[in-house]
Design a protein around this ligand. Structure first.
Ligand code: FBP
Length: 545
């Protein structure tokens, strides 16, 4: 592999580890846990992995030299730092016992089922230290949920003498990790399953998980680009930039980028839902801001749009819920794309049909047809930024005719998504991921299954971070998926009474009127700590910093 100068220099970076993970560890167990909701149902579905205690690692004098081979799977969308979870895991299992071996399953969970794997040896691992991307073994979105998949996986697990599988994934993948852990435990197969909290979306967090890895780097990458656009925007003073940022459901990325760059407008999907806003309400809100700035002679501005906004508009949310039910009907499975649309239309209520018909054809088709293997609408394919700017232009035209607006409106569109998912991890993500991988190895060595590796106290210096594990069942509740109630990890949406949103809300009217842009610049890997080692504003505000 030909390497850039940065890649070569960065390979030498030694991620910082919490004190408790620097040598031998012992486990401190807390009290028994229960799930965040629907306790009785979750307990019934996970009799072998429910109620386990939270564990924390403490320094110990005696090393545990467990002999264990481990399998690793990268699942779902890429997130900066994934390679460091693997290098942390590798280094730790080799430290425990140099004979331990690490196997990577290729292209996601499908690799386990199809027996597609490679051994990750020291020379391969060294190529990927502190790099972005998931290309060491690739990732995929195959849903691990069926008994025959678990049994197929077991064949290769036995062949390679694997003691534990580590699944690096978001809420859906960790839900599946938990189901797999429960299955292997129920069958007494002696195979452990450990999860790791990944997703740039930042929505896999709760009392125990402070942040999912990748959020820090992705937000810093997008914020650099947004800052650059703001500076261009304030130089030419002739465009309104509509910038959609990733984040399938929650608006954490949009909000964090807004806190870092102070745009004129940032939509927050969770607020739109809470206020029951319609598409027209959103368009009016943006158009009014454009109009106000035009009155001050500023015919330019920036709007940040969370990728998932469309799903949070209450009327569209209702429509999607019914589409999910209709698409789950057995007859729907046999149809081609064209027939599906007619089928869907024939089964929608009048109210939902009216909303469906009011959407531009392309958007309606994407809502009805394009789903990922977990049944999620593929919001990254919907061009919300263009939809909104077109509707704002129409509204402004109308306002002009009514004599309420006399400015000029010209729009540019951007989508920041994939370019943030494989950036070289920031110091925070490099350290956090390496610590997560190390924790995962220690959870396995200490016989745990159905746990997610965690690292807490992450706004303090890395030495003071607290590492351990949390039972995955603790984060679960029952939700409707593809027409059926299923146990799933509860997604963390933006809390409207939380410090990040309140900080944004307290300033947004000023940001809308004035030009208060902040230009964060690119991620720095070497230099003053206030430049290189800052956590996200979201994390700092959530922890009262
Ligand atoms: P994960 O939840 O799997 O980490 O993926 C997040 C994400 O980056 C979303 O922000 C985005 O909507 C989606 O992946 C895009 O998926 P794909 O890579 O399949 O196009």
């Amino acid at each position: 592999m030909e390497k850039s100068a940065l890649q070569m220099a960065r390979a030498a970076y030694q991620p910082k580890l919490p004190k408790a993970l620097q040598g031998a560890v012992k486990v401190k167990e807390g009290a028994a846990t229960q799930s965040v909701g629907d306790q009785e149902e979750i307990k019934k579905l996970f009799p072998n992995t429910y109620g386990m205690p939270i564990v924390e690692f403490e320094p110990a004098t005696e090393a545990n030299n467990t002999k264990m081979n481990v399998g690793i799977i990268l699942s779902g969308g890429q997130a900066p730092g994934g390679h460091n979870v693997i290098t942390g895991l590798f280094d730790q299992i080799k430290k425990l016992n140099p004979e331990n071996r690490l196997f990577g399953f290729i292209l996601g969970p499908g690799g386990l089922v199809d027996h597609n794997y490679m051994e990750l040896t020291a020379d391969i691992i060294d190529e990927y230290r502190n790099t972005g991307g998931f290309d060491m073994i690739g990732s995929g979105r195959t849903k691990l949920e069926k008994v025959d998949q678990f049994e197929k996986g077991l064949e290769i697990i036995r062949e390679l003498n694997i003691k534990a599988i580590v699944i690096i994934g978001g809420d859906d993948s960790n839900t599946n990790a938990c189901v797999l852990a429960e299955y292997y435990a129920a069958k007494n197969y002696g195979v452990q399953v450990i999860g790791c909290p990944k997703t740039i979306d930042g929505d896999l967090k709760n009392d125990q998980i402070e942040t999912s890895f990748g959020f820090d780097t992705a937000c810093k990458t997008y914020s650099e680009l947004i800052g650059n656009i703001e500076r261009d925007c304030n130089s030419a003073r002739k465009y309104w930039h509509f910038i959609k940022v990733m984040g399938r459901s929650a608006s954490h990325i949009a909000l964090e980028c807004a806190l870092q760059t102070q745009p004129n407008i940032c939509l927050v999907s969770e607020e739109i839902e809470q206020k029951g806003m319609s598409l027209d309400d959103i368009v009016t809100y943006i158009a009014n801001a454009v109009c106000q700035r035009a009155a001050d002679g500023n015919n330019f501005g920036t709007v940040i749009i969370p990728e998932g906004v469309i799903e949070f508009i209450p009327a569209i949310k209702k429509l999607i819920a019914q589409l999910n039910d209709v698409l789950a009907m057995p007859e729907a499975k046999e149809l081609d794309r064209h027939e599906s649309i007619d089928f869907v239309k024939a089964h929608l209520t009048d109210e939902n049909l009216a909303v469906f018909n009011s959407l531009p054809t392309g958007v309606a088709r994407q809502l009805a047809l394009d789903r990922d293997p977990h049944g999620n609408v593929q919001v990254s394919l919907i061009e919300t930024e263009k939809l909104l700017s077109t509707m704002v232009a129409q509204k402004l035209e109308k306002m002009k005719k009514e004599g309420k607006y006399s400015g000029k409106f010209s729009a540019q569109h951007h989508f920041f998504g994939y370019e943030g998912r494989c950036a070289a991890p920031s110091n925070f993500d490099a350290d956090y991921c390496y610590a997560l991988g190390t924790s995962a190895a220690q959870l396995i060595a200490n016989g745990k299954t159905g746990y997610m590796a965690i690292v807490k106290n992450t706004t303090a210096p890395a030495e003071q971070w607290i590492a351990g594990g949390v039972p995955i069942t603790m984060m679960m509740n029952m939700e409707k998926r593809a027409g059926e109630m299923k146990p799933v990890i509860r997604k963390a949406l933006v809390e409207l009474d939380g410090a990040p949103f309140k900080t944004f809300a307290a300033q947004r009217d000023r940001w809308a009127r004035e030009t208060a842009y902040v230009y964060p610049g690119p991620i720095q890997y070497w230099g003053p700590t206030e430049v290189c080692d800052q956590p996200t504003r979201t994390l700092a505000l959530e922890q009262g910093k």
